[in-house]
Design a protein around this ligand. Structure first.
Ligand code: COA
Length: 150
């Protein structure tokens, strides 16, 4: 098996979403994971997300970005038939390398509590669970109040 990894491009969208949809436990968001949402993410975080190919078949994908302070990975997935061959770890390694090049010190991931297999992967590959933190979330306001200073 010769796996090639490269940056995710807009043209990969269909194959990437096909993989994500075929991956149980992948939480897909109607807007954020629609074509426009993913392309916006790739534009904002250029050359940071990766795909893995076995020949012409897309067999792995991960989204990577940062906010200027912390990195974040989303939607890491490897096709069921290609797992346990180092593809997931290599996709993550590429992301951490580009984050480090951009002086980002740490990277976060969000894993559903019920995804015990996914958590086992992250723990096995050296990620630490932050039991001292909780993720809190709120929808962004639709009516933004303009800032007087900008
Ligand atoms: C998690 C996932 C991406 C791992 O991909 P993969 O290509 O099989 O992982 P790798 O082969 O690179 O594994 C790297 C190491 O982790 C280990 N590993 C892989 N999956 C594991 C799991 N579920 N539990 C524990 N260890 C695991 C491998 O044995 C390997 O260990 P080694 O370096 O000691 O040999 C893949 O199983 C997947 O797509 N799962 C469904 C989606 C998901 O849960 N994504 C993560 C949540 S955001």
């Amino acid at each position: 098996m010769s796996i090639k990894i490269r940056c995710m491009m807009p043209r990969d969208y269909a194959a990437v979403t096909h993989l994500w949809r075929a991956t149980p436990g992948m939480g897909l968001h109607a807007a954020d994971d629609a074509r426009a949402g993913i392309l916006r993410f790739l534009r904002r975080n250029p050359r940071m997300s990766f795909v893995a190919f076995d020949g012409a078949q897309l067999v792995g994908a991960v989204l990577c970005g940062h906010d200027g302070r912390r990195g974040a990975l989303h939607h890491l997935a490897v096709a069921q038939t290609r797992r346990k061959r180092g593809i997931g770890a290599e996709l993550v390694a590429r992301c951490l390398a580009v984050l480090a090049r951009q002086k980002i010190q740490k990277c976060n991931i969000f894993v559903y509590r019920q995804n015990t297999s996914g958590q086992a992967f992250w723990l096995h590959t050296g990620w630490a669970a932050r039991d001292d933190l909780r993720v809190l979330q709120k929808p962004a306001a639709a009516r933004a109040r303009p800032c007087r200073a900008c």
